[in-house]
Structure formats: structure tokens, C-alpha cells
Design a protein. Sequence first.
Length: 322
Amino acid sequence: MKALWLEDGNLSVREIDVPPASGEALVRVTLSGICGTDLELTRGYYPYAGVPGHEFVGEVAEAPDPEWVGERVVAEINDACGTCAMCRRGHPTHCERRTVLGIVAHDGAHAEYVRVPVANLHRVPDGVPDEAAVFAEPLAAALEILEQVHIRPGDRVLLVGAGRLGQLVGRVLALTGAHVRVLARYERQIELLALAGVECVAEDEVGERCWDVVVEATGSPSGLHTARAALRPRGTLVLKSTYRGEVTLDLAPFVVDEITVVGSRCGPFEPALELLATGRIDPVPLIETRYPLARALEAFEAAVRPGAMKVLLEPGGGPPGS
């Protein structure tokens, strides 16, 4: 099968074997999305070699349970062992022996086929097109904020960063009824948020020490410093970014102001699919462009451009083994 391969920071499109099902489902990938983590992997964020990609929608080609075959699915990205201390506590996304699709020891979805544990699969509702379903994983990640932080109507909530993930976070935060504003860098980002009814704020209008909750989604040290300065005493800082290398912070104000810091990663798929099915969140306008898998290197070049939104790959694979 055709697949995008990452090794030593270099990308190439090559032919590799279709992954053996080995008790898992084999999914024919319809669309996959290039995300910030994929781009950071090419820059050395994590020493991964293999097929990247973890945002996808596809059709089950083979599965231990035949009832799954032919189903249109998305999938959670953490393959948990189910027996370690964290799994027994009900936290499989923090499994001590987990692999992570396209990130840690598990080939990902920028390929014609991907293998996924059946337990990780979620059926896509009939009314949700593939172009929306491919956003299920990052939308679930955005929803994780609401699982972790109680945001009330009337709270002042600032989102710093309006890139690929930030766009979804802004839409999710707006559902809470809170006073939500977004600090965006590019005009296109502002236009897309306005299309969804989410208001932006200029940097000189943010103010200091006046927001109840601040979500940082830029992945940059400067964005983190802006987010911290905007937060009121006893406020909550949600970190929705991973940072390559070290970030220098003065931690004394965190103690003095009694700041709550929340790291936020993967989230719940079923509520994400429900939001897509009801149309309360429509991510399709965030699609910048689409490329066939054979032109994946061009797709990554498009995705890395400043202000780029979602770039999709179309694998278009044939039967397994072809």
C-alpha cells in the first residue's frame, strides 16, 4: 500500500506492506488530516519513525467482529493495555504502556490503510460527511477542556491562538455561554471565527489579570506568556499546546496568584460526533485544501505555511494487498 513515511525528520511517500490486523480492525482511510503534531514530528518534537497521522475517517475493511466490516469510522488514538495502574483507575489515555497512533510506536493514518483496536472505533453518524468526520479527533480534544474545567455562563474566557486546533476550541468554548474572546494573529483566522459567531480581540485590548480562564493554543513561549499575563488571581490556565524544547517561566506569580494550571490533551469522541451530527459545530470551512496521498510532501508544505488551516490527504486505496 502507499503510505507517507517519516524518519529522521524526513518525509517520503513509499510502498509498504498492509499492516496485519493481528486482532485489530483494518481501516481503509478515506481522508486524513495534517495537524500541528504531525508538523512538529518533522521538526524533532518526538523521535518517531513510521507512518504519521492520527486524524482520519475511513471504512472498516477487516475486523475480528464482522459487524464492524463496512462501517464508516473514526478512532481514538491511544492504544491502552487495560491492565496497568492508570488503566485500572479509568485513565486509558495515560496508560503506562500505551502506543499512540502515528506518534508513539504505532503506524498512523497518512496511508491507504491503518490498523486500530476495535475498542477505539466510533461509528460516524450517517448525516456527517467525511469532510466533517475527519475533524472528530481534534474536536474531541477541544471538548476535553469542558471535561476538566467548569466554565459558567458569564465567565470571562480568553483563547490565545486561533490555528487549526484553536478554531475548534473557540467554537467549543462559545457553546458554554461564557464571555469568550479569541486573540488571533491572521485575518483569515478572524474571518473563520466570525463565521462561527465567535468574537476576537486585539492584543492591546486583552488587558492583564482580568480573565477567569485562559486557554493557550499557540504552542509558542510568547503565547504562553501572553496567556499568563491575562489571567486574574485564582484563575485557571489551560495548556492546549505542547512545546518543543524548554520554556522559561517565572513560577513565583503562579504561587502568589494561586493559579490553577490544567494540561489538556485527548478528549471524548461521542460528544464530538454528536456536535457534528447536529450541526452545532461545522468544521468544513476550516479545510484549506486537499491533496492525493501521492502528493503528501506538497500537502505538508502547504500545511506549514503561516496561518494555514486544515490540509487533508486522500489515500484512495484499493482492496487490502493491492
